[in-house]
Ligand binder design. Structure first.
Ligand code: OGA
Ligand code: MN
Length: 210
């Protein structure tokens, strides 16, 4: 699979940057090319079948624990060099990182991401993506990998915006949602079907002394 290099001044990326600056979130229904979406979905299913996805924990460090009453997804962190499709995704997200650094001066230094599989009925209760003891996560980015997803399948990402407005995203394959990690509370509603995604966070440098 070819590397999906796009310039950081691509109109799609500039639109995302503008949305973030104006309102703190962006939804792009046509972001991942269909072929790449399918390859990433196949990679996620393959990893799940091989037992590589594990129940996601809540929190970070020694106090993190699996709590299915809070989140029921199974995840695996991705690393460069494991699969061409994942590398293409990482290259794309790096273009987005550059675009955000140019347009928003966020000083984003790295990107961490994982596959997520929500079995039917699984959900993730309302939360913020920033840890109490670690504020390096600045921008959250979710891409969906599901074929033929309909609103009646559930599994919406529900964002809690300003002034009590709730906004739901249907997790249709190829769609990207980006939002400020510390500012947009959100949840994942239970789905009737298995729900696949890649979720990631753009991070700035931490203040740790090491
Ligand atoms: C998360 C999350 C949203 C989604 O993993 O922190 O909120 O739509 N995911 O999958
Ligand atoms: Mn989240």
């Amino acid at each position: 699979m070819r590397a999906m290099q796009i310039p950081s001044d691509h109109p799609l990326l500039l639109r995302i940057v503008d949305d973030l600056a104006e309102r703190g979130w962006s939804q792009q229904n046509i972001f991942l090319p269909l072929g790449l979406t399918r390859e990433l979905a196949a990679e996620c299913r393959k990893r799940a079948a091989e037992g590589e996805l594990a129940p996601a924990a809540v929190g970070r460090g020694p106090t993190s624990e699996v709590r299915e009453g809070i989140r029921g997804d199974h995840i695996q962190w991705i690393e460069p060099g494991q699969a061409l499709a994942c590398d293409s995704y990482l290259v794309l997200m790096d273009s987005l990182r550059e675009a955000m650094n140019r347009g928003l001066y966020l000083g984003l230094e790295d990107f961490e991401s994982h596959f997520a599989l929500y079995p039917p009925g699984a959900f993730y209760l309302k939360h913020l993506d920033r840890f109490r003891d670690d504020d390096r996560r600045m921008v959250s980015a979710v891409v969906y990998l599901n074929d033929d997803w309909l609103p009646e399948h559930g599994g919406q990402l529900r964002m809690y915006l300003d002034e009590g407005v709730e906004y739901d995203v249907v997790p249709v394959g190829g769609c990207l949602v980006v939002f400020l990690s510390g500012e947009v509370p959100h949840e994942v509603l239970p789905a009737m079907r298995e729900r696949l995604s890649l979720t990631g966070w753009f991070r700035r440098r931490g203040n740790e002394p090491f």
